[in-house]
Design a protein around this ligand. Sequence first.
Ligand SMILES: [Zn+2]
Length: 349
Amino acid sequence: MLTPDIAAAQRLADAVVDGFGLTPPVDVESLVLNHAFVENFDFGVPDLDAVLLGLDADEKYVFLDPTKGAKRRRFTLAHELGHILLPWHLAHDLMCNADGEGDADDEAANSDSTGLASAISTKALEIRKQELEANAFAARVLVPQSFVRSIEELSVPDMLERLEAAAVSAEAGLRALAESLPVGFVFAMLDDNDCVERVWKSGPRRSGMPSPLGLVIGQPVDKDLATLPVRDSGSAFHYGRRVWWSRARMDFDLSPEDGKAADILAAIVGDHTADSASAYAMSQSVSGIGGALVSEVDEASVARMAALLAIRLRRRVELSSFVSDPRFDDYVSARARQLHRSLLKRLYG
Ligand SMILES: [Zn+2]
């Protein structure tokens, strides 16, 4: 099984945080010293942060590159603690490049290994899997979920300021923040030219939340698009780095159950289109957006389905007359009830 078990790594991190009552800045060096000797060692290799020896022996050694900065050292130590504590990380002595940015989404670790699979690639995938799990563990120990819960009601600029207490890199901190916040937040780190460098979106992977609009790597934020379906947005500073953020409205006041979605759709479309061809096109477009949602979400209440459907429809510039119609909420409510039944059927048969 070569798919990284990110959730298990995070659960173990939560247990360590609870057990030791950890709050930022977490004294990660002391935690590691409970389990291993820590020594400085200049490897003279740019991409190597640490070597962990004796993972399956009584005496474990963590050799750390002393030329790396303090925040990176903290992340590397937390990463090595993940290898030590995750019980299935036994296979080999580990050479780690703990960049804190490795993300299960964009890695090949869960790629299909049939056909050309060999012992070497299987081992490489196993190592990559363990690296991703150790990074997930590290992010969650240094930026505990309980800490994020304690700041999530703040304004986003205040939240980012408080996050600096964790003393991790801006990338690792934003990643951990996004992983612990509820769905609806987007963070984009900007470079010196105000172009998008990295983007994080909060919540579980299959939350049904679409990719953010107007945020293309290497380009400035397209504010017309990026603010289209969101509740509030702005820019803030985190360790002196500029961060564009947005927060979507994830609540939805359901209308009382009254009428079928298809009938409401037909009535709205009829009032906003000039001929049957454009009415058909608009109906198909609106229906298709809802249909796609069912396959992209793993769990959702009716109100959450409605919120997600409303976000998806409001993102479509060509549907602006549809979404501004006074019957829009009635349509979304009726359609969300229908989609929720489809979702339950998909999940439970
Ligand atoms: Zn590692």
